[in-house]
Design a protein around this ligand. Structure first.
Ligand SMILES: C[S@@+](CC[C@H](N)C(=O)[O-])C[C@H]1O[C@@H](n2cnc3c(N)ncnc32)[C@H](O)[C@@H]1O
Length: 283
Protein backbone atom coordinates (compact mmCIF):
# COMPACT_ATOMS: atom_id res chain seq x y z
CA UNK A 1 0.00 0.00 0.00
CA UNK A 2 1.35 3.43 -0.98
CA UNK A 3 1.38 6.55 1.16
CA UNK A 4 -1.72 8.03 -0.50
CA UNK A 5 -3.79 4.99 0.35
CA UNK A 6 -2.64 4.96 3.98
CA UNK A 7 -3.66 8.60 4.37
CA UNK A 8 -6.90 8.40 2.47
CA UNK A 9 -8.20 5.36 4.21
CA UNK A 10 -7.20 6.26 7.76
CA UNK A 11 -6.00 4.30 10.74
CA UNK A 12 -8.61 1.57 10.61
CA UNK A 13 -7.45 0.75 7.14
CA UNK A 14 -3.74 0.92 7.96
CA UNK A 15 -4.34 -1.40 10.92
CA UNK A 16 -6.22 -3.77 8.63
CA UNK A 17 -3.34 -3.54 6.19
CA UNK A 18 -0.81 -4.45 8.88
CA UNK A 19 -3.10 -7.26 10.09
CA UNK A 20 -3.34 -8.58 6.55
CA UNK A 21 0.40 -8.27 6.10
CA UNK A 22 0.93 -10.20 9.35
CA UNK A 23 -1.24 -13.05 8.09
CA UNK A 24 0.48 -13.10 4.73
CA UNK A 25 2.90 -16.08 4.75
CA UNK A 26 5.35 -14.19 2.53
CA UNK A 27 5.39 -11.24 4.89
CA UNK A 28 5.62 -13.63 7.84
CA UNK A 29 8.70 -15.22 6.42
CA UNK A 30 10.20 -11.78 5.80
CA UNK A 31 9.63 -10.64 9.37
CA UNK A 32 10.61 -13.90 11.05
CA UNK A 33 8.05 -13.75 13.66
CA UNK A 34 16.37 25.32 28.56
CA UNK A 35 19.53 26.07 30.79
CA UNK A 36 19.80 24.84 34.32
CA UNK A 37 21.78 26.19 37.22
CA UNK A 38 24.82 24.05 36.31
CA UNK A 39 24.98 25.72 32.88
CA UNK A 40 23.57 22.61 31.17
CA UNK A 41 20.39 22.80 29.17
CA UNK A 42 17.32 21.91 31.25
CA UNK A 43 14.62 20.46 29.09
CA UNK A 44 11.03 19.46 29.68
CA UNK A 45 11.30 15.91 28.46
CA UNK A 46 13.57 12.89 28.40
CA UNK A 47 12.94 12.87 24.66
CA UNK A 48 14.81 16.18 24.30
CA UNK A 49 18.12 14.40 24.71
CA UNK A 50 17.30 12.12 21.80
CA UNK A 51 17.07 15.19 19.57
CA UNK A 52 20.28 16.63 21.03
CA UNK A 53 21.98 13.35 20.17
CA UNK A 54 20.62 13.29 16.61
CA UNK A 55 21.48 16.97 16.03
CA UNK A 56 25.03 16.41 17.29
CA UNK A 57 25.50 13.66 14.75
CA UNK A 58 23.68 15.13 11.74
CA UNK A 59 23.44 18.75 10.55
CA UNK A 60 19.65 18.95 10.70
CA UNK A 61 19.58 22.29 12.55
CA UNK A 62 22.27 24.68 11.36
CA UNK A 63 22.53 28.05 13.15
CA UNK A 64 22.25 30.90 10.65
CA UNK A 65 20.96 28.60 7.88
CA UNK A 66 17.93 26.93 9.44
CA UNK A 67 15.18 29.55 9.68
CA UNK A 68 11.86 27.72 9.77
CA UNK A 69 11.29 24.59 11.84
CA UNK A 70 8.11 22.60 12.47
CA UNK A 71 7.94 20.36 15.55
CA UNK A 72 5.11 17.81 15.31
CA UNK A 73 3.94 16.02 18.45
CA UNK A 74 5.71 18.73 20.42
CA UNK A 75 4.16 18.51 23.92
CA UNK A 76 5.38 19.07 26.57
CA UNK A 77 7.89 21.06 24.48
CA UNK A 78 11.32 19.50 24.96
CA UNK A 79 12.25 19.27 21.27
CA UNK A 80 11.11 22.87 20.64
CA UNK A 81 13.31 23.98 23.52
CA UNK A 82 16.27 22.18 21.97
CA UNK A 83 15.60 23.81 18.58
CA UNK A 84 15.23 27.30 20.07
CA UNK A 85 18.33 26.78 22.17
CA UNK A 86 20.49 25.50 19.30
CA UNK A 87 19.40 28.06 16.75
CA UNK A 88 19.26 31.23 18.78
CA UNK A 89 22.20 31.17 21.11
CA UNK A 90 25.21 33.48 20.86
CA UNK A 91 26.10 34.61 17.37
CA UNK A 92 23.29 32.59 15.86
CA UNK A 93 20.70 34.81 17.58
CA UNK A 94 21.67 37.74 15.33
CA UNK A 95 21.96 35.64 12.20
CA UNK A 96 18.63 34.11 12.94
CA UNK A 97 16.36 37.01 13.73
CA UNK A 98 13.85 35.61 11.24
CA UNK A 99 13.81 32.24 12.96
CA UNK A 100 10.34 30.68 13.15
CA UNK A 101 9.56 27.61 15.20
CA UNK A 102 6.07 26.09 15.16
CA UNK A 103 5.17 23.47 17.76
CA UNK A 104 2.04 21.41 17.17
CA UNK A 105 0.39 18.88 19.42
CA UNK A 106 -3.05 17.50 20.12
CA UNK A 107 -2.32 18.40 23.77
CA UNK A 108 -1.75 21.89 25.09
CA UNK A 109 1.68 22.98 26.32
CA UNK A 110 3.25 25.80 28.29
CA UNK A 111 4.61 28.64 26.12
CA UNK A 112 8.28 28.66 25.07
CA UNK A 113 9.91 31.98 24.10
CA UNK A 114 10.34 32.21 20.33
CA UNK A 115 8.03 29.26 19.63
CA UNK A 116 4.49 29.48 18.24
CA UNK A 117 2.37 26.77 19.80
CA UNK A 118 -0.55 25.30 17.87
CA UNK A 119 -3.01 22.90 19.45
CA UNK A 120 -4.61 20.43 17.06
CA UNK A 121 -4.77 16.91 15.70
CA UNK A 122 -2.21 16.58 12.92
CA UNK A 123 -4.33 13.89 11.31
CA UNK A 124 -6.96 16.54 10.57
CA UNK A 125 -6.51 18.09 7.11
CA UNK A 126 -7.87 21.38 8.48
CA UNK A 127 -5.10 21.52 11.10
CA UNK A 128 -2.42 20.63 8.55
CA UNK A 129 -3.72 23.37 6.24
CA UNK A 130 -3.62 25.90 9.08
CA UNK A 131 0.01 24.98 9.71
CA UNK A 132 0.91 25.12 6.00
CA UNK A 133 -0.51 28.62 5.79
CA UNK A 134 1.45 29.76 8.81
CA UNK A 135 4.71 28.68 7.25
CA UNK A 136 3.98 31.00 4.33
CA UNK A 137 3.46 34.07 6.51
CA UNK A 138 4.22 36.89 6.10
CA UNK A 139 5.37 36.38 2.56
CA UNK A 140 2.30 34.97 0.91
CA UNK A 141 -0.63 35.17 3.29
CA UNK A 142 -0.56 38.76 4.49
CA UNK A 143 -2.20 41.66 2.76
CA UNK A 144 0.36 42.83 0.21
CA UNK A 145 -0.31 46.51 1.03
CA UNK A 146 1.09 45.94 4.50
CA UNK A 147 4.18 44.53 2.95
CA UNK A 148 4.91 47.28 0.40
CA UNK A 149 8.25 48.81 1.19
CA UNK A 150 9.28 45.80 3.23
CA UNK A 151 12.70 44.90 1.90
CA UNK A 152 12.47 41.28 2.89
CA UNK A 153 9.09 40.90 1.23
CA UNK A 154 10.47 42.26 -2.08
CA UNK A 155 13.37 39.86 -1.93
CA UNK A 156 11.02 37.00 -1.16
CA UNK A 157 8.42 37.79 -3.85
CA UNK A 158 11.18 37.51 -6.46
CA UNK A 159 11.40 33.93 -5.30
CA UNK A 160 7.67 33.32 -5.06
CA UNK A 161 7.91 30.08 -7.02
CA UNK A 162 10.35 28.76 -4.43
CA UNK A 163 8.00 29.72 -1.63
CA UNK A 164 5.17 27.84 -3.31
CA UNK A 165 7.45 24.83 -3.33
CA UNK A 166 8.27 25.16 0.35
CA UNK A 167 10.16 27.40 2.71
CA UNK A 168 10.60 25.07 5.66
CA UNK A 169 14.15 24.02 6.58
CA UNK A 170 13.33 21.24 8.98
CA UNK A 171 10.28 19.13 9.90
CA UNK A 172 10.59 17.11 13.10
CA UNK A 173 8.09 14.49 14.18
CA UNK A 174 8.25 12.81 17.56
CA UNK A 175 4.51 12.03 17.31
CA UNK A 176 3.37 8.88 19.00
CA UNK A 177 -0.21 7.78 19.59
CA UNK A 178 -0.99 6.22 23.00
CA UNK A 179 0.12 2.57 22.87
CA UNK A 180 -2.74 0.07 22.92
CA UNK A 181 -0.60 -3.02 23.49
CA UNK A 182 -1.97 -4.43 20.26
CA UNK A 183 1.12 -4.51 18.05
CA UNK A 184 -0.80 -4.48 14.79
CA UNK A 185 -2.81 -1.46 15.82
CA UNK A 186 0.21 0.36 17.30
CA UNK A 187 2.31 -0.11 14.17
CA UNK A 188 -0.70 0.93 12.05
CA UNK A 189 -1.09 4.18 14.01
CA UNK A 190 2.63 4.87 13.82
CA UNK A 191 2.56 4.26 10.07
CA UNK A 192 -0.32 6.66 9.69
CA UNK A 193 1.49 9.42 11.63
CA UNK A 194 4.67 8.79 9.60
CA UNK A 195 2.71 9.01 6.35
CA UNK A 196 1.03 12.28 7.38
CA UNK A 197 4.37 13.83 8.44
CA UNK A 198 6.03 12.68 5.20
CA UNK A 199 3.35 14.14 2.94
CA UNK A 200 3.39 17.37 4.91
CA UNK A 201 7.20 17.59 4.65
CA UNK A 202 7.04 17.03 0.88
CA UNK A 203 4.62 19.98 0.61
CA UNK A 204 6.54 22.38 2.79
CA UNK A 205 10.29 21.58 2.79
CA UNK A 206 12.76 23.63 0.78
CA UNK A 207 13.88 21.70 -2.25
CA UNK A 208 17.51 21.39 -3.32
CA UNK A 209 18.03 22.89 -6.75
CA UNK A 210 20.07 21.43 -9.56
CA UNK A 211 23.64 22.59 -9.14
CA UNK A 212 23.33 23.15 -5.36
CA UNK A 213 26.39 21.74 -3.70
CA UNK A 214 26.92 19.79 -0.52
CA UNK A 215 28.79 22.04 1.89
CA UNK A 216 31.39 20.54 4.21
CA UNK A 217 31.25 21.85 7.77
CA UNK A 218 34.10 21.87 10.27
CA UNK A 219 34.60 18.32 11.39
CA UNK A 220 33.77 16.99 7.93
CA UNK A 221 29.97 16.96 8.41
CA UNK A 222 28.11 17.43 5.14
CA UNK A 223 25.37 20.02 4.97
CA UNK A 224 22.94 18.87 2.33
CA UNK A 225 21.12 21.38 0.15
CA UNK A 226 17.33 21.18 0.68
CA UNK A 227 15.33 20.73 3.87
CA UNK A 228 15.58 17.94 6.43
CA UNK A 229 13.05 15.62 8.06
CA UNK A 230 13.27 13.58 11.24
CA UNK A 231 10.48 11.08 12.02
CA UNK A 232 9.95 8.66 14.85
CA UNK A 233 8.80 5.19 13.81
CA UNK A 234 8.35 1.76 15.32
CA UNK A 235 10.58 -0.91 13.87
CA UNK A 236 8.58 -3.29 11.69
CA UNK A 237 9.22 -4.80 8.24
CA UNK A 238 6.42 -2.66 6.78
CA UNK A 239 8.25 0.42 7.98
CA UNK A 240 11.33 -0.68 6.01
CA UNK A 241 9.15 -0.84 2.94
CA UNK A 242 7.74 2.62 3.71
CA UNK A 243 11.26 4.02 3.95
CA UNK A 244 12.45 2.56 0.67
CA UNK A 245 9.35 3.64 -1.26
CA UNK A 246 8.49 6.95 0.33
CA UNK A 247 11.67 8.44 1.80
CA UNK A 248 14.84 7.17 0.10
CA UNK A 249 13.93 8.44 -3.39
CA UNK A 250 12.99 11.90 -2.12
CA UNK A 251 16.08 12.77 -0.05
CA UNK A 252 19.84 12.97 -0.58
CA UNK A 253 20.44 10.60 2.32
CA UNK A 254 18.26 8.69 4.81
CA UNK A 255 19.67 7.01 7.91
CA UNK A 256 18.12 5.23 10.89
CA UNK A 257 19.11 6.51 14.31
CA UNK A 258 18.41 4.88 17.64
CA UNK A 259 19.78 7.48 20.09
CA UNK A 260 21.32 6.03 23.23
CA UNK A 261 18.69 7.95 25.21
CA UNK A 262 15.97 5.82 23.65
CA UNK A 263 15.18 2.82 25.89
CA UNK A 264 16.74 -0.30 24.46
CA UNK A 265 13.58 -2.33 25.04
CA UNK A 266 11.56 0.13 22.95
CA UNK A 267 11.27 -0.59 19.23
CA UNK A 268 11.22 3.13 18.44
CA UNK A 269 13.85 4.66 16.19
CA UNK A 270 14.13 7.75 13.97
CA UNK A 271 14.56 8.27 10.26
CA UNK A 272 16.92 11.17 9.66
CA UNK A 273 16.29 12.37 6.10
CA UNK A 274 18.75 14.92 4.76
CA UNK A 275 18.60 17.11 1.65
CA UNK A 276 15.04 17.12 0.27
CA UNK A 277 15.21 16.68 -3.50
CA UNK A 278 11.51 16.68 -4.38
CA UNK A 279 9.45 14.23 -6.38
CA UNK A 280 11.70 11.51 -7.86
CA UNK A 281 9.54 11.61 -11.00
CA UNK A 282 10.67 15.17 -11.71
CA UNK A 283 14.30 14.99 -10.53
C1 LIG B 1 6.82 11.39 22.78
S1 LIG B 1 5.67 12.70 22.90
C2 LIG B 1 6.59 14.06 22.28
C3 LIG B 1 7.63 14.60 23.21
C4 LIG B 1 8.22 15.90 22.71
N1 LIG B 1 9.02 15.69 21.52
C5 LIG B 1 9.10 16.54 23.74
O1 LIG B 1 10.31 16.41 23.64
O2 LIG B 1 8.56 17.17 24.65
C6 LIG B 1 4.57 12.35 21.59
C7 LIG B 1 3.52 13.42 21.36
O3 LIG B 1 2.82 13.13 20.14
C8 LIG B 1 1.54 13.73 20.27
N2 LIG B 1 0.61 13.23 19.24
C9 LIG B 1 0.23 11.97 19.02
N3 LIG B 1 -0.65 11.92 18.01
C10 LIG B 1 -0.83 13.19 17.57
C11 LIG B 1 -1.62 13.78 16.56
N4 LIG B 1 -2.44 13.05 15.79
N5 LIG B 1 -1.55 15.13 16.39
C12 LIG B 1 -0.74 15.88 17.18
N6 LIG B 1 0.04 15.37 18.17
C13 LIG B 1 -0.01 14.04 18.36
C14 LIG B 1 1.15 13.32 21.69
O4 LIG B 1 0.10 14.12 22.19
C15 LIG B 1 2.47 13.50 22.45
O5 LIG B 1 2.52 14.73 23.11
Amino acid sequence: MRISAILLKGSASSSRWIARQSRDPYVKSRSGSGTGSNGQAAYRSRSSFKLVSIANKHPILVPGKTKTVIDLGAAPGGWSQVVANLLSKGKARKQNEHLKIFALDILGMEPIPGVEVIKGDFLSEEVRQQLREKTRKPYLSQNSEEMIGNEEYSARTDRQDDEEEGIVDCVLSDMMAPMTGNRTRDVGLSLQLCAAATVFARDTLKKAKKGDEIIKKDGGKKIWPGGNLVIKFFAHPDMDEFRSLELDPWFGKVVVEKPKESRSESSEAYWVCLGFKGDPATQ
